[in-house]
Write a protein that binds this ligand. Sequence first.
Ligand code: GLA
Length: 387
Amino acid sequence: MKDTMLRRFAEIFGDAEGVQVYFAPGRVNLIGEHTDYNGGHVFPCALTIGTYGAVRKRQDRKLRFFSMNFEQLGVLESSLDELKPDPRADWTNYPKGVIWAFGEKGMETPTGMDLLLNGNIPNGSGLSSSASVEVLTGFILRDLFGFEVSNQDLALIGQYSENRFNGVNCGIMDQFAIAMGRKEHAIFLDTADLSYEYAPIKLDKAKIVIACSNKKRGLGDSKYNERRSECETALEELRKVCGVNSLGELTEEAFEKHKDSIGSETRQRRARHAVYENRRTIAAVRALQENDVAAFGRLMNDSHLSLRDDYEVTGLELDTLVEEAWKVEGVVGSRMTGAGFGGCTVSIVEDRAIDDFIARVGAAYQEKIGYSADFYVVEVGDGPCKM
Ligand code: GLA
């Protein structure tokens, strides 16, 4: 891949003299969905697929970007003096946002650069291609200009840029999973204080299979912000009767006791998801530590039901993929992953059942939805690196 990157860089930007190549992974969340902005737990892992970047500093303040995933856009130009979000800048709003965020934190990028990207995460799949680009950009800036930031800082800066520059009020999960990824481990992260623990992913004779719905996201981002504010309102209402700082602090019992203080039935369901999903995530990690993969799978299934019925972020495409998966013998657990409204599902499937799973879920999806889904048997990989 390094050679491909260098060759393409030379074709686009003239030559590849002094070019450095980097990689940042994508991520999949195993359980703990829509909990990260509610002070709850998440359990994501980095993947071996991700985004490659080839970069070289310039003498002037120009920024020139090219993506092998969006060849038709050609070279998109900007400058260090134009760090403002702009719809015409398309995907380059992600790296520009990170350069801007570094500046906001007192780390001004001194010179421009030429940057070529190439990702093998399916676009818009909900496997965090945007967070991958953000963490990759931060990693590159640190390496090129010697900024003193930790990988955890790279995650926080990436999230800051997504919130403030790109207008999506996301939590910390994606950037954290990518910046802190570790081969064959998932990260059990408490988003209330960012304490975390690595848990080995030991799936006895089974693998993680991702099914991509190929549904275009559309309104996803605005719905995401809407769910977030519904949870914030529910928390305000709960706070009047019990002194909690986040939904993640509540046990199931405490929630049931106080839920009537939440003034709408919809908001009650949103908050119920946030509370129960957090508790499920804690239970799931415990099950995995006890080598009870079957219990882990059942909690994944419960997570999907809660996202479907209480949080309402699934939709026909994701529900079809999951409900068809549940019918296949050898599927340990299956649920939507990421923000929802499209994107992917994650399933744990026994090795012997993987072919059957892909064939049967694929055919049922095509039949019901009218276009095909894509399947990926994935591996859990490390965080960002220089190649
Ligand atoms: C998106 C966000 C994350 C998280 C998930 C839902 O991926 O970027 O912060 O909220 O949705 O769990």
